[in-house]
Write a protein that binds this ligand. Sequence first.
Ligand code: FAD
Ligand code: SF4
Length: 510
Amino acid sequence: MANLILILGDQLANDISALEGADPNCDTLVMAEVHEEASYTNHHKKKLVLLFSAMRHFAKRLEQDGWQIHYQHYHPDNQHQSLEGVVSSLLEDLRPDKIITTECGEWRLHEQISQWQERLGVPVEIRADTRFIASKHEFADWAEGRKQLRMEFFYREMRRKTGLLMNPDGKPEGGNWNFDADNRRKWTGKPPAPAPFRIEPDAITREVIDLVEQHFPDHFGVTEGFHFAVTPEDAQEALNYFIEFALPCFGDYQDAMSDTEDWLFHSILSPYINCGLLDPLAVCEAAARAWYAGQAPINAVEGFIRQILGWREFVRGIYWLHMPGYAQENRLGNTRALPWFYWTGETKMRCMHKAIDATRRNAYAHHIQRLMVTGNFALLAGITPDEICDWYLAVYADAYDWVELPNVLGMVMHADGGYLGSKPYAASGKYIQRMSDHCANCHYKVSKSTEPDACPFNSLYWHFIDRHRADFEGNPRMGMMYRNWDKQKPEKREALLKRADYLLKHIEEL
Ligand code: FAD
Ligand code: SF4
């Protein structure tokens, strides 16, 4: 029995289900850097380097372990530009009994692979991706019959299922499920944030950097300063570094933003977890051990685990429950095009400039920058969901459709009508001022709302509230905003709306 086993670029784990029961003596593995996958969006150059280099390291290791592997290196003139092309060409040579693969993370590719059996005339076995803590079926069972899904309740199920941070009586450690109220401190420079964990590019990575520079020159971002891990061992070092140096402060400053520090106390582990170099459950267990060992406080450890065990699993569940229709949702009826400054960072809004510039340099911005700066602006300005989703999918090293889409379309843009989040994360400049030091360095004045130098977020916030009255007035969590809006003098309301209309008309000049 000889099988052809396909391993995708985000399945770089030795225990990936496609390899279960495989036999190096007769099965052949296939991995391919193909044009279709590298260019279906304007992927950040650092993301391409990370994935191609991590794939090459993974394949090399498999070869050393005695596997037969067919590996296609990227070249624009390759005969086969798609995974289907590569696989079908091998069928003629190898005549395998079947193709085996682990289910992929994107609806687009999943649809293609699901048709291979019929199109290629060979059995195709698609196995579940066991790296996730909740299977698709488990999530669907949990969601069944619920009108709105709330991450918090799903998260508690996952805590019970895994036993993470649960005491022997079945109660949450520390006495609470959630310590978020402790996780909203502004960061003023102390304690100093650790430098990001860096791995110097080896010969393989340097070769890939040259390749990306040569063949993807117009893609977003830069390759300079590439420092991501590309092997499981180095990714494990990155996890150890995070646990030792950043986790203790992760909770306190989880929502903070800084004008001078790109990474603060975040883990920078999502690129590795998402492509298979780190296992999500093992990451959570390492954080829990740090709490039991007294190395990090409960608000930090619980907050960190909730992001992976809760949010990450939750958004994946929603994606598979509602695709492909989810991607078409636009319940707020947005029509505005994405401003060009999202691609250049050239805007006088300091917070936006800082978030986009960090994204361009690092293929990374932390959660609050994504949610409350670039996301918040897109929500307030009414950007069409597909344009802002495309942007997020392109610019981050950790971006894959299954995780990007629910975060952007659901959490940020509220385009799913509140299925994922009970209220939109809309905020004025005051929130950004409270959580960062950007405003002190900004061309605009956060204390002003209607003047020519007033912070754009302020009037755009009220414009959003006003234009979506029918959508949100009945939402109990939004009632206060409408009361505040209605309390303002009519002249003030008019001036705010006028200023916002002006800004929207001149959005490219902000
Ligand atoms: P940390 O802050 O250290 O968090 C720890 C881990 O928790 C992350 O590594 C990640 O695995 C997980 N996590 C945290 N929040 C989320 C979340 N909301 N959804 C899923 N996992 C989460 N994450 C992606 O992995 N890929 C994306 O394409 C992506 N797009 C996003 C777009 C928007 C608009 C928003 C608001 C969030 C998005 N996120 C995405 C979630 C989150 O911002 C990133 O996972 C996080 O910033 C990654 O950095 P980190 O590893 O330093 O995270
Ligand atoms: Fe951002 Fe407004 Fe503050 Fe400027 S003043 S940094 S635009 S919130």
